[in-house]
Write a protein that binds this ligand. Structure first.
Ligand code: ADP
Ligand code: MG
Length: 248
């Protein structure tokens, strides 16, 4: 029997012909939170795009598995079905499609019943202090940064993936919204055993969404790993100690 884990091993990747990742190793088990920090341009978003199979982001070595299922050989929608969810740094606008439509389609594609979906959505919107009117609006169209992030969190909590990658979930959120959203994700790790890979620059996100481990991505690989204290240290001292990390 395979052990349950979201495992990234020796992952190398190119974007537009440039080698951005040079062998990234991470392992996230159910219920765990791993934070990835690092300078701008280090490849944090690239890591999330390669894992989900975004066109243009090419894995050149290594593997990514979700509970033993090899993701890199699958199309994006099957990666999602394997149990992985990505909350993007810049959520895409989808004119004409509401959150409600999108989630119904996802449930149907996964062979899950949509009974109770509407109730789950309103309950989650309330839990996230997110106006119910957003459930009917076109996805991310004319939404503020904070509204998009709440929207992503709502998708996550209703879809209930096994693992989630949250790319700068804190960007655009004010302090109150940040607290609500990070608490909600932390609760999912405890209630549903959600495993989280959270990309952030700020320790304040991590005061509610408590990381088991903190990693620094620099030079295309994990340059350092530690406990929550590493995030505090990085916020104070920056990434200067991590050589070649910020050519851009
Ligand atoms: P981070 O999220 O850590 O700030 P990114 O993963 O967004 O960094 O970017 C890593 C590097 O890859 C940067 O130099 C960026 O310019 C480049 N890059 C990312 N996406 C693309 C793309 N679609 N086309 C060209 N270059 C890209
Ligand atoms: Mg990024």
């Amino acid at each position: 029997m395979t052990e349950r884990a979201f495992t990234i091993s020796g992952l190398a990747a190119t974007v537009a012909g440039n080698q951005i990742l040079n062998g990234v190793d991470l392992e996230i088990r159910p219920g765990e939170v791993h934070a990835v920090m690092g300078p701008n341009g280090a490849g944090k978003s690239t890591l999330s795009h390669v894992i989900m199979g975004k066109p243009g982001y090419e894995a050149t070595a290594g593997s990514v598995t979700v509970d033993g299922v090899d993701l890199l050989s699958l199309p994006t929608w099957q990666r999602a079905q394997a149990g992985l969810f990505l909350a993007m740094q810049y959520p895409t606008e989808v004119p004409g499609v509401s959150l409600d439509d999108m989630l119904s389609n996802s449930f149907q594609a996964a062979g899950k019943s949509v009974d109770g979906l509407a109730e789950a959505l309103t309950a989650e919107a309330d839990r996230l202090a997110f106006g119910r009117e957003f459930l009917e609006r076109a996805l991310n169209v004319d939404m503020s940064g904070g509204e998009r992030k709440r929207n992503e969190t709502l998708q996550l909590t209703v879809l209930k993936p096994k693992y989630a990658i949250l790319d700068e979930l804190d960007s655009g959120l004010d302090i109150d919204a940040l607290r609500v959203v990070s608490r909600r994700v932390e609760a999912a790790t405890n209630e549903d055993g959600l495993g989280v890979l959270v990309i952030t620059h700020y320790n304040r996100l991590l005061s509610e969404l408590k990381p088991d481990q903190v990693h620094v991505l620099a030079g295309g690989r994990i340059a350092a790993s530690g406990g929550p204290e590493l995030a505090v240290e990085l916020e104070e001292s920056g990434y200067a100690g991590y050589a070649e990390s910020d050519a851009a």
